[in-house]
Design a protein around this ligand. Sequence first.
Ligand SMILES: Nc1ncnc2c1ncn2[C@@H]1O[C@H](COP(=O)(O)OP(=O)(O)OP(=O)(O)O)[C@@H](O)[C@H]1O
Length: 244
Amino acid sequence: MGLNLKSIGVELSGKPILRDVSCAFSKGKIHVVLGPNGAGKSTLLKTIAGLVSYSGQIELAGLNLKQFSVKQRARSLAYLPQNYQIAWDILVRDVIAMGRYAHDDSDLTAIEDAMQVTDTGRFAARTTGQLSGGELARVMLARVLAGKPDWILADEPLASLDPAYQLDMVSRFRDIAATGTAVIIVLHDINLAAKLADNVLMLKDGAVLASGNASTKLSAQNLSKLYDISIKKHDIDSDYFVIG
Ligand SMILES: Nc1ncnc2c1ncn2[C@@H]1O[C@H](COP(=O)(O)OP(=O)(O)OP(=O)(O)O)[C@@H](O)[C@H]1O
């Protein structure tokens, strides 16, 4: 059973930010959310995560998400924010173990599994202040995975990573989706989106421009409309988009 958004509206400080957004997300798939700066991508993830009030209905496995307690929601849906900050210099293992908070336990197998998938076990005894940005990104993903959520909401998790780390994270997200978890991920890089996406959701001015299977919806025509610039397929390698 999926995650369905039905006619979602969000206002912040009296300004409409999301307008009549309807879309469906499925388990075991990677859903990439694309759109210009300010289109409402982060607001959409925050809305699903329960951090923002909304009109309309969000259904998770056929149930109204508003009926879920905070803990029930946190067990199903994990949110990886855009600008995470670790307030204290604490042990990596403890940060990852915090992912069990909503379960009221410290399931060591879940924590070990999360470290294995993200290859963070080798940092476990270091503190967060002793990690590079790319290493910290993997630790934050491990924290999310330790909670064994069915749905991961990740806001630009590749933004500050070098190309090698980006590709590494792409393959980790693929592995995660292959276990049946759904990944809803905001990206700005359209070629990384093309590598990663099973489905896409294109948001423009707070409304849906296109959504559905990446093989049909992630087209040069839709991308050009989305960003109001010329985007074409590469002449030789049609898997790549060229800007301008
Ligand atoms: N608390 C707030 N009060 C008023 N407006 C807000 C608030 N938070 C965000 N906004 C506005 O909502 C709009 C959507 O913001 P959001 O962060 O969702 O966009 P985004 O698509 O994620 O952008 P970006 O790609 O730049 O991260 C922007 O115009 C932003 O200025």
